[in-house]
Unconditional design. Structure first.
Length: 179
């Protein structure tokens, strides 16, 4: 009868720890993609929280897959420690360099885009100023007569605004009735 091994040797545990450190660095790269998206598209705390929750969900799926594929389905605490060590080492070395480079690259592309589109933006600003003047003038012509017209309420006893309380109307002017 052949009994399968139910424990890992020290060399296997070291190999699994090293793999978890490497995969922690790969997780750091995935996290840098999230950070690069945050650099490009600025957004509020809610979307940042959603991205962080999504990342943690991806990490949970990864950790389960790692334990299933590499460690015969056994979950050990040192896998998480190895992931954390790899993640922190990546962020402290290559990750910070990546984010600085991505930030500078994004700033350069943004500056080039602003310089290339500045004539169009100036033209559109001039057109907007002229259209705003025209619109405001037209709106004043339309609104002035409407302000002069007074809308009279109907004096029909069955309407809600004509309901009487104790046969007295409180704070209601007779707008529909001419004196």
């Amino acid at each position: 009868m052949n009994i399968p091994e139910t424990f890992f040797s020290v060399s296997e545990e070291l190999r699994l720890f090293g793999l978890s450190c490497i995969f922690g660095a790969l997780l750091g790269m995935c996290f840098d993609l999230f950070r690069a998206v945050r650099l490009i598209f600025r957004h509020n705390w809610l979307l940042t929280a959603v991205e962080d929750i999504l990342f943690m969900g991806l990490y949970a799926v990864f950790l389960t897959a790692f334990a299933s594929a590499a460690a015969r389905g056994e979950m050990r605490f040192y896998y998480v420690v190895g992931n954390f060590v790899g993640f922190v080492l990546y962020l402290a070395t290559v990750g910070s360099l990546f984010i600085r480079t991505a930030g500078k690259l994004f700033s350069a592309v943004k500056w080039i885009f602003r310089v290339a589109t500045s004539p169009f933006r100036k033209c559109f600003a001039l057109l907007r100023k002229k259209a705003e003047y025209q619109f405001v003038g037209t709106a004043k012509i339309i609104v002035k007569p409407l302000k002069k017209v007074k809308m009279l309420l109907l004096n029909i006893p069955l309407l809600l605004y004509n309901k009487k309380a104790n046969n007295k109307r409180k704070n209601v002017d007779y707008l529909g009735k001419k004196d």
